[in-house]
Design a binder for this molecule. Structure first.
Ligand code: GRF
Length: 193
């Protein structure tokens, strides 16, 4: 199974997935990083790990459809079976979602459907919820709205700060995302990859 990870920033989830799967004789491999931000640290991580990079900027294309068509062309070339969004700061259009329906997953740092959007950890902390967590879900046309695959919860203690919460959330993410990808691998015979 060939994975493409889409990321726009730090890439700690990219790193976790690569560390879990890009090993000798592994049946699952991250074959491509798709990144829309030339300043993203994830690019360094991909270079170091020897993962092919597609650095593609929306502003270089006349329309979102053309931008996404170019990404799809690259995914086809690399025979990608699964797209894992990991901090990719864009909503994918219906054309893209249709082309890879049920083969696009995303990780979100809160217990969906609570705290959708780009500042979920901060929002949950400021709201004062006592339980939050991480969600991995399928991607549909909406924002953080696709079917939930797995969630992991954690308590926010009285001593937790925003920083300590962020650390705990990321530690959960780095285990949960590879776990979901393993589930995909197990269900391969019943899927139409
Ligand atoms: C993660 O918290 C993920 O849940 C969210 O974006 C963040 C990406 O972090 N979608 P990183 O770039 O993988 O370190």
């Amino acid at each position: 199974m060939n994975i493409a990870v889409f990321a726009s920033g730090n890439g700690s989830n990219f790193q976790a997935i690569v560390s879990a799967f890009n090993k000798k004789n592994s049946k699952v491999k991250v074959k491509l990083l798709v990144c829309d931000n030339p300043a993203a640290f994830v690019l360094e991580r991909a270079k170091k790990a020897g993962v092919k990079i597609l650095l593609i900027r929306r502003k270089d294309y006349a329309s979102k459809d053309e931008f996404e068509a170019e990404i799809i062309k690259n995914l086809k070339q690399e025979q990608i079976d699964l797209v894992a969004l990991a901090g990719f700061m864009r909503i994918l259009g219906p054309g893209f979602v249709n082309a890879y329906r049920n083969k696009i997953i995303n990780i979100h740092p809160a217990l969906l459907p609570s705290f959708k959007g780009a500042h979920a950890i901060d929002d949950a902390y400021k709201y004062g919820v006592k339980v939050t967590g991480v969600t991995v879900h399928f991607v549909d046309e909406g924002m953080d709205s696709g079917k939930i695959i797995l969630q992991k919860a954690l308590y926010i203690g009285r001593v937790d700060t925003l920083e300590s919460l962020e650390k705990k959330i990321h530690a959960i993410e780095h285990k949960l995302y590879p776990k979901v990808i393993r589930l995909f691998l197990k269900s391969l015979p019943s899927r139409c990859f």
